[in-house]
Write a protein that binds this ligand. Structure first.
Ligand SMILES: O=C(O)c1ccccc1N[C@@H]1O[C@H](COP(=O)(O)O)[C@@H](O)[C@H]1O
Length: 210
């Protein structure tokens, strides 16, 4: 049974839908350019209805220490997702400075990108295997793009990992079957427009993943 992260939540009804359907991780985006961005105060409010055992994940893109600390002062996060071009050294620093586990996102477009998963597996607590964003994309993730899942067949890394990138209620079961992923992460695939989540799609996605 795959664990599910629903990312980019901005409304209480969608948090409730994800929790009730059995999500293991909820993602709050702290990247101002994203249509899914929330303030630390909004994340704190949304998190108040989240039961113990469901992890609240803060998604950051190349955050500096001040931004991390000011966010964490308000929003009680359990896990930090780094979705930018953070180096392995920076991942280690963020872990040390915040005292929180870090999940590092790695974008794949071909076999050459797989080595990064080994490198970051030495420092991150979890890995997130995503589609590499196009060079001209305004967001480094959350673009609803898939990659060739066959790249992952038979691969093993040092850390637990989630599969992401263009997953939907219709394709998530096949993605899990092919890659052997024990966890999946979705944002666009449970939306009706960028940043607009849909409770029915959230429920359908989690049911399909499980
Ligand atoms: O969701 C965003 O807006 C976002 C912004 C910046 C970096 C990452 C972002 N989302 C993450 O991207 C992947 C894949 O998303 P999708 O399902 O293809 O839309 C997922 O891990 C989100 O957490």
């Amino acid at each position: 049974m795959a664990q599910v992260k629903i990312c980019g939540l901005r409304q209480a009804e969608h948090v409730a839908a994800a929790v009730d359907a059995g999500a293991r991780y909820l993602g709050f985006v702290f990247f101002p350019k994203s249509p899914r961005a929330v303030t630390p105060h909004q994340a704190r409010e949304l998190g108040q209805a989240v039961p113990a055992g469901v992890a609240q994940v803060g998604l950051f893109v190349n955050p500096d220490d001040d931004f991390l600390h000011s966010t964490l002062d308000t929003a009680p996060l359990d896990l930090i997702q780094l979705h930018g071009s953070e180096s392995p050294q920076r991942v280690a620093e963020v872990k040390a400075r915040t005292g929180l586990p870090v999940m590092k996102a790695i974008g794949l477009s071909g076999a050459d990108d797989l080595a990064a998963l080994t490198d970051y597996g030495l420092v991150a607590d979890m890995l997130l295997v995503d589609a590499k964003a196009p060079k001209d994309a305004s967001l480094p993730g959350g673009n609803g793009l898939t990659f060739d899942w066959r790249l992952l067949v038979g691969r093993k890394w040092l850390r637990p990992w989630l599969l992401a990138g263009g997953l939907t209620p219709d394709n998530v079961a096949e993605a899990i079957r092919l890659t052997g992923a024990r966890g999946v992460d979705v944002s666009s695939g449970v939306e009706t427009a960028p940043g607009v989540k849909d409770s029915r799609l959230i429920r359908d996605f989690i049911a399909a993943a499980k």
